[in-house]
Design a protein around this ligand. Sequence first.
Ligand code: XMP
Length: 319
Amino acid sequence: DWTMGAYREQMIEQIRAQVGDKQVICGLSGGVDSSVAAILIHEAIGDQLTCVFVDHGLLRKNEAQEVVAMFRDNYNIRLIHADESELFLGELDGQSDPETKRKIIGKLFIDVFQKHADTIDGAEFLAQGTLYPDVIESVSFSGGPSVTIKSHHNVGGLPEKMGLKLVEPLRELFKDEVRALGRELGLPQSFIGRHPFPGPGLAIRCPGEITREKLEILREADAIYIDQIRKHGLYDEIWQAFVAILPVRTVGVMGDGRTYDYACALRAVTSVDGMTADYYPFTHDFLGETATRIINEVGGINRCTYDITSKPPGTIEWE
Ligand code: XMP
């Protein structure tokens, strides 16, 4: 794509001119936007960039390892892997209110990011994967309730507090253009096409209290569900798909015995922008096969339901 090739060159010049010989820090979420921003900036200034990946212990199966391996091994980008799962899960212990859970995660995220950023000598810039729609949204929502989609990853207020200037090379781009730029930069399609994942992660897919046991069960079930979707060639038709583990145990039979385990809900939606959504019309065969796999392969789940709620009136996530 020649257009993106030209944009890439232009941005690299611009980043070099803006940053000079100073240090830049970048919060990496593992999502497409922050990844593309980091790789582009790295191409411009190399080791003057340090990325901070905050692992809150609420990621999907193998996600932290995959993100870290991709940036360290394939791109040779300086990366701090901040494994703060003990801290986050500790603070979340016993909390069941959705907004309280989000607030705890958002606050800790900023604290942790700042703590690690402070260890980088001479950092003068903070890089963010802000897109054009984010720019518009944060303007129209300013002063309003904190319902912006990226409330948690947006390290709002941090740049001023830390005396940092912003580097935002994707500010003029829409999502599809960021994907095109990602391809131009050599990111694998499997990464570029990834479904969106919320900042609070599995916390909002585990309604009610979060426990390590529930998170483990959820990770296993979710991995099987996504595997099924990929195997059936449906991944790219779906906006987002995930499992939620429900705060209820139900009775089942397995072999000769009675079971008393968690129920889970499968969710898959189509959407253009996440603002409205329709449930995805899987075939009954697909649903049956997937439920059987999850119940047989995941200890701790004995019942599987499919969520057919559209947005509105439902939301995509369960919390
Ligand atoms: P809902 O559940 O509100 O989600 O229909 C719409 C989109 O936003 C994502 N989402 C979040 N992303 N922090 C995020 O970074 C959040 O607190 C949050 N809540 C929802 C959700 O995954 C979907 O893509």
